[in-house]
Write a protein that binds this ligand. Structure first.
Ligand code: B12
Length: 307
């Protein structure tokens, strides 16, 4: 099953929420800058396609990087993607986060297992969870990956840090999840995708927002995920796609997942490789998330619908 990206099916409210904007902003951008050409339904209300939503989201991300909407309103999607992929000049990580990240990397350089564990524990103890994820662990994991790729870190050093991150994030997730009841979001990666830390960190973020989380982990066949969801009160399945080479397989598996899941269950998709697929390649009922702000918006919506 495939999304028809040209089919208009979002109201202005749904489109604004999905793009991370307010309805007023969408209206003002349309009026002043003609950003998308929304069609009208029989009652005269604006309706938006998945392509419109993707464009609105790109425009939002570019404006968050300091580009004036008037200057970028007519930019192509490829130009907007280039703007979005530049390092964010407004995003200064806090000094404590930077110091802890440096401490973790120093410990890994020295093969200091306890030092690495202590520095990660310090991040969880001292910083709010979004900062632990966004300012410490993700940058550290990316740096470790780059050093491994350049031959400056061994596989053992990569394992040292990734297993410490997995252990400590899992225990934070379990503690947060212990008292939360209600509809659940399932987190997993598909068959063949072994990179689980992105989805684990996002599971912890969701649990910290008082959402019940079920973490199934990596390498899950789509039919098994769907089977699990039939036994639990699941509202969304969050999937991470990291390996670009495996994107084709991931898209096929997502189609299978969609076929087997209850149509009301959303599929949330993130991870480094997910941005390489066009919106039309994802099945109907999927929500692609380019970063923490999309995720937080969705969690907020989900929370307000179930509270
Ligand atoms: C740890 C690691 C591993 C571990 C994973 C252990 C584990 N338990 O997860 C192991 C050893 C298994 C591994 C194996 C491999 N790896 Co590796 N690995 C990494 C490393 C260092 C960290 C991965 C990670 O956790 N990243 C940090 C996460 C937190 O970032 P992220 O995935 O981009 O996700 C972010 C967002 O996208 C978001 N997110 C992610 N998912 C989702 C989902 C939703 C719904 C939402 C809302 C958000 C979201 O969360 C994150 C925070 O913003 C990366 C380096 C890197 N740059 O990431 C390489 C890296 C991903 N690996 C790489 C490679 C090449 C491999 C191997 C092929 C190596 C090999 N020759 O065997 C295998 C492939 C295994 C497989 N089939 O999956 C490459 C991938 C390049 C590519 N082609 O895409 C990287 C980038 C390293 C590099 N610089 O070359 N790896």
């Amino acid at each position: 099953m495939r999304t028809d990206p040209g089919r208009a099916h979002y109201s202005i409210k749904a489109a604004a929420v999905a793009a991370g904007l307010s309805v007023e902003t969408v209206r003002a951008w349309e009026r002043r800058h003609g950003i998308v050409n929304a069609r009208r339904d029989r009652d005269g209300h604006r309706i938006y396609t998945a392509l419109d939503v993707a464009r609105l989201r790109r425009l939002r991300l570019a404006t968050e990087r300091g580009h004036a909407i008037g200057k970028i309103a007519q930019a192509s999607d490829a130009e907007l993607d280039r703007m979005i992929s530049q390092p964010d000049p407004n995003r200064g990580f806090s000094a404590p986060a930077q110091a802890i990240a440096a401490q973790i990397l120093g410990a890994v350089e020295r093969y200091d297992i306890e030092g690495c564990d202590q520095a990660i524990a310090m991040a969880f103890a001292l910083l709010p969870l979004p900062a632990v994820v966004g300012e410490v662990l993700v940058p550290v994991l990316r740096e470790v990956g780059d050093r491994w790729h350049q031959g400056r870190f061994t596989i053992g050093q990569e394992r040292l840090v990734s297993s410490a991150v997995r252990r400590q994030t899992s225990s934070v997730l379990n503690a947060l999840n212990a008292t939360t009841k209600g509809p659940t979001i399932v987190f997993a990666t598909l068959s063949g995708e072994l990179h689980e830390l992105g989805i684990l960190l996002y599971a912890a973020l969701a649990a910290s927002r008082r959402v019940r989380v079920c973490y199934l982990g990596p390498d899950m066949p789509p039919r098994e995920i769907a089977d699990f969801c039939r036994h639990v009160d699941v509202v969304a399945v969050a999937i991470s796609i990291v390996m670009i080479e495996d994107l084709g397989s991931a898209l096929q598996q997502l189609a299978t997942l969609r076929e087997c899941l209850d149509p009301a269950t959303e599929i949330w998709i993130g991870g480094a490789a997910s941005g390489y697929a066009a919106p039309a390649q994802f099945p109907l009922g999927s929500v692609t998330m380019s970063g923490p702000s999309d995720f937080e918006t969705r969690i907020e919506l989900f929370g307000s619908a179930t509270r």
